[in-house]
Write a protein that binds this ligand. Structure first.
Ligand code: ARG
Length: 460
């Protein structure tokens, strides 16, 4: 047991208590951030005259040495220490002696851990943004390639109206653009430095909090020391944004699973992104999409956990807050993995254009346009709806599509139909007539694609 406190205790900590209390097994994940924070703190202590330049340099090179040795594997972070903060401080004192004992001047583990967690999540937000950007780029490429790939659009998982694959991908493009924006917003809101808040009430030392904030790349220092050591709402925001990303990935995965099924065959996943069965030799399973869908629950779980942990904690720091780490780390790693794999999966899948187009043709997706044709020829919409309903029933009985009916058959149901009905209900016309912004026609899709192109260049 190696702990930083003990002066006022007369007995050793019970081993089970020690183990229960310790966080080194998981907070070692931010060893780099912990040392980065300490180095900024030490530079500031010297700048305000609390440390001499010599002490500062000794501590700085001591910490750098620890960092190098941890990274090279020469120095192992072991559970002999209570947490990563104790590990760094104890190792420093071991290596440089008395100067090391001054590192923690004007600091508490409460503001230290608040800083470490912020630095760590801030870095991970950047990583997540990079992965969302990659996904957006692949979606953008797919949209450009598929402005002419017709497919059925669905409601209730029933074929509804014809769209293009570019339009379908475009829906996800918008969702992931908003996800990207959420990550940017969180970053801006959380990017204030809690260091210098002490245990809860600041310190009596003349710390320069602006200096540490600047050294660590924050917009400035936080404005209330109690809030600084007990605020974890940025973790909640991040988990919420990640849950939304997973919800989007999960919906998309569900569609890929359906599209890749033997019944649909709209797409075929690349061998590199599929798995086989140990018993059924014919199988090629969409395990990646299923796992992404499945792991969504895990990320939602992390959000529920931290919301529940935080809900009853009085100000300021309480040990409950140590529980902000494990599930958050797991969720971040999970979302990063899912984003990377999902992107690779859709980047490499093959699109079966003909199958998609046939499916749109054979599902009466042009029925609304047939009704619109009648309306344009003076038939009230409600009557037109009834007439096209009869056409559909007729086609179902004969197992044909609206495009296959002869003009005589049309006229037998309504004399309003003329030869131009075929053009009016062709897939191409159905799509091309929908030309308001946001609709699937090639012209409106190309406008949106140009907007997305500018957006992607701007966020690079
Ligand atoms: N391991 C602790 C945490 O993650 C560090 C802060 C400890 N502070 C304290 N007062 N015991 O929250």
């Amino acid at each position: 047991m190696a702990q930083l406190w003990g002066g006022r205790f007369t007995k050793e900590t019970d081993q089970l208590v020690y183990n229960f209390n310790a966080s080194i097994t998981f907070d070692q994940k931010f060893y780099k951030e912990d040392m980065e924070g300490s180095m900024a703190h030490v530079k500031m202590l010297a700048a305000v005259g609390i440390l001499t330049e010599e002490e500062r340099d000794q501590i700085l090179s001591g910490i750098k040495g620890i960092l190098v040795d941890v990274e090279s594997g020469k120095l192992e972070i072991t559970s002999e220490y209570e947490d990563i903060h104790s590990f760094v401080e104890a190792t420093l004192i071991d290596r440089i002696g008395d100067a090391g004992k001054k590192l923690h001047t004007g600091r508490s583990r409460n503001d230290q851990v608040a800083l470490d967690m912020r630095l760590y999540t801030r870095k991970e937000i950047e990583n997540l943004k990079g992965l969302v950007k990659e996904l957006l780029r692949v979606l953008h490429r797919l949209m450009k390639e598929h402005v002419d790939t017709f497919m059925p659009g669905f409601t209730h998982l029933q074929k509804a109206q014809p769209i293009t694959l570019a339009h379908h991908f475009g829906a996800y493009m918008e969702m992931f653009k908003r996800d990207y924006g959420r990550l940017c917003d969180i970053y801006e809101r959380m990017n204030y430095c809690p260091l210098g808040s002490g245990a809860l009430a600041g310190t009596t030392y003349p710390l320069d909090r602006d200096m540490t904030a600047e050294l660590l790349g924050f917009n400035g220092p936080t404005l209330n020391s109690m809030d600084s050591v007990s605020d974890r709402d940025y973790v909640i925001e991040l988990l919420s944004a990640m849950s939304t990303i997973m919800m989007h990935l999960s919906r998309f995965s569900e569609e890929i699973i359906i599209w890749n099924s033997n019944e649909y065959r709209f797409v075929e996943l690349d061998d590199a992104y599929s798995t086989g069965s140990s018993i059924m030799p014919q199988k090629k399973n969409p395990d990646i999409a299923e796992l992404v869908r499945g792991k969504t629950g895990r990320v939602y779980g992390a959000l529920m956990q931290i919301l529940t942990t935080m809900k009853g904690i009085p100000l300021a720091y309480n040990k409950d807050m140590q529980e902000d780490k494990e599930f958050t780390f797991d969720a971040i790693d999970t979302v990063k993995g899912c984003l990377a794999l999902f992107t690779g999966m859709i980047d490499t899948m093959t699109v079966n254009k003909e199958v998609m187009e046939d499916s749109a043709k054979n599902g009466f997706t042009n029925a609304t346009d047939a009704a619109d044709y009648l309306v344009n020829h003076g038939v009230p919409f409600r009557d037109a709806h009834g007439i096209v309903g009869q056409l559909v029933l007729y086609c179902i009985e004969k197992n044909i599509s609206l495009d296959d009916m002869s003009l005589e058959e049309y006229k037998a149901i309504s004399p309003v139909f003329e030869e131009d009905i075929y053009d009016a209900i062709s897939l191409k016309t159905c799509v091309e007539k929908r030309e308001t912004i946001g609709a699937p026609s090639k012209a409106s899709m190309e406008k949106v694609i140009a907007i997305n192109e500018a957006y992607l260049n701007e966020i690079v």
